[in-house]
Design a protein around this ligand. Structure first.
Ligand code: ATP
Length: 487
């Protein structure tokens, strides 16, 4: 229970899950690479999400839109004018902070000290000033609250400025204003601009959804907490188009569906909670976060937003192309609903944040007892208790010794099962050591081939979580593993 983020970061690096980007050059802040085990875990998460969305819901289809989009997209969505965070610098330490985060941390201190009223008042003041774009007021609040720079302890703050989080670059060889384009800060807009293409080509009727997984980029002011807040990350988003007036029902439904999905992945109910937004974004009429309790507290992993008809209407205005659906269903008066701009309920989850949540949840250090009688000893073991469907390796196959035909027999089993599961084969080191290595990466099963195997075609299956061993005919392995790793 005392797992710290630093243990997770160290483990992730040592066992090939996550590396700092360009590490030989001392890394690039808030950018990370996934290693051999990390990419498997992340792909498993993405596949399960994709399947839950597009395969289990007949009325949800997928797309894969480009990262670059026409610049007017971001004008329409509000990102050019409004996608910014209030930034403040400390003159002594030359460190940069998000003004709202400094105030939120102060509020958390009040709350931890039992002063919930003062915490709420501070947050309300901040919300009011930010909505009114009173940035001088936000600075004054930081000064009044005697917030000092966490590094230098000084209170020497600059004014607060809005800092746009979009990365921009130039297309083509002539650099002028018209060639300025952005790296998408969310995948959602690629869905909105394709609304009619998808609706018509896939012959969708409202209500229906469009799902997408892809990279998004934000020039976050403060990048902390490992892969929780990155400058390049991956989103899994679904926009669900509904008839106006029905959005609240769908909002409730998706909210529950999505929380249940996280629980099915192995995130326990008591570590998940909803957090309603008091302060709504310009496009939303309801919004909730699903939060997970990370080692650094409850934080958002997924957002469910009722986005009204904001995005499609904006695109309709700026593109001068109708973004409407003709609904020939009849209302209670027997009249067709006709043409309208659909409302949208969005579910948006970060693949990297979810990865971090599953890793934090799975990471376990435990005291175990091994051996019998005189030989008995206790030791600590580190194990990743990942849902078997998420595990990078589903089973490891070990010949007990490197002779007597055991490697050949083990290789035979490996060749038979590798078409169905991601496996590893290992014959070096004592078997206990090989088990330990698989525990560290969360492999649910280790299959040991011994002399008895040559006589009766049975193997020992060792279970990651209980460390129990069961004897099983080789012929049953495929079904047994299949069942355990299904989701
Ligand atoms: P935050 O308040 O933490 O910045 P947000 O409310 O801006 O997040 P959304 O715009 O709702 O986030 O994005 C949806 C999801 O995308 C988030 O729930 C999160 O999982 C993921 N996400 C957003 N920003 C980042 C980031 N910088 N790094 C990793 N994942 C992110």
């Amino acid at each position: 229970e005392n797992t710290q983020l630093k243990d997770i970061v160290a483990h992730a690096k040592e066992y090939g899950f996550v590396f700092p980007s360009s590490e030989i050059y001392d890394g690039l802040q808030a950018v990370y690479d996934y290693g051999p085990n990390g990419v498997e875990l992340k792909n498993n998460l993405k596949q399960l999400w994709w399947r839950a969305m597009t395969q289990l819901n007949q009325n949800v289809v997928g797309i894969d839109a480009a990262i670059f989009m026409h610049p007017l997209t971001w004008k329409a969505s509000g990102h050019v004018d409004g996608f910014s965070d209030p930034m403040i610098d400390n003159l002594d330490s030359k460190k940069r902070y998000r003004a709202d985060v400094l105030l939120e941390e102060k509020a958390a201190q009040y709350e931890n000290a039992g002063d919930k009223i003062r915490a709420d008042m501070l947050l309300a003041d901040m919300g009011r000033l930010l909505t009114a774009e009173d940035l001088t007021g936000v600075r004054q609040l930081i000064i009044d609250e005697k917030i000092t720079c966490p590094v230098s302890g000084t209170a020497n703050w600059t004014e607060v400025r809005q800092f746009n989080l979009m990365f921009s670059t130039q297309v083509g060889s002539v650099a002028d204003d018209s060639s300025l384009i952005y790296l998408r800060p969310e995948t959602a807009q690629g869905i909105f601009v394709n609304f009619l293409n998808v609706q018509k080509s896939a012959r969708m009727k409202i209500p229906f959804g469009i799902a997408q997984i892809g990279k998004a980029f934000r020039n976050e002011i403060v990048a902390r907490q490992f892969i929780f807040r990155m400058r390049e990350f991956e989103q899994m988003e679904m926009q669900f188009f509904v008839r106006p007036g029905t959005e609240m029902e769908w909002y409730q439904q998706w909210k529950e569906t999505r929380k249940r999905w996280h629980e099915a992945l192995g995130l326990p109910a008591e570590k998940l909670r909803f957090h309603d937004h008091d302060k709504l974004a310009h496009y939303a009429n309801a919004a909730v976060d699903i939060e997970f309790e990370f080692p650094f507290g409850f934080k958002e992993i997924e957002g469910i937003h009722s986005r009204t008809d904001f995005d499609l209407t904006q695109h309709q205005t700026l593109s001068r192309k109708k973004q409407q659906f003709f609904d020939n269903d009849l209302d209670e008066n027997g009249k067709a609903y006709g043409n309208y701009v659909p409302f949208v309920v969005e579910t948006s989850v970060g693949a990297d944040r979810l990865f971090l949540a599953t890793l934090c949840q799975a990471y376990t250090e435990e005291t175990i007892t091994e051996g019998e009688g005189e030989q008995q000893q206790t030791k600590t073991r580190t194990v990743l208790r990942l849902h078997p469907a998420l595990a990078p390796v589903k089973a490891a196959i070990f010949p007990l010794v490197r002779k007597d035909g055991l490697p050949e027999k083990a290789t035979e089993i490996f060749d038979e099962l590798r078409h169905d599961f991601r496996l590893v084969y290992e014959e070096r080191d004592a078997i206990g050591k090989r088990y330990t290595r698989q525990d560290l990466i969360g492999t649910p099963f280790c299959i040991a081939v011994d002399h008895q195997t040559l006589e009766d075609n049975t193997v020992t299956v060792r279970h990651r979580d209980s460390r129990e061993q069961t004897r099983m005919p080789i012929s049953e392995l495929r079904n047994y593993i299949s069942e355990a790793v299904s989701f």
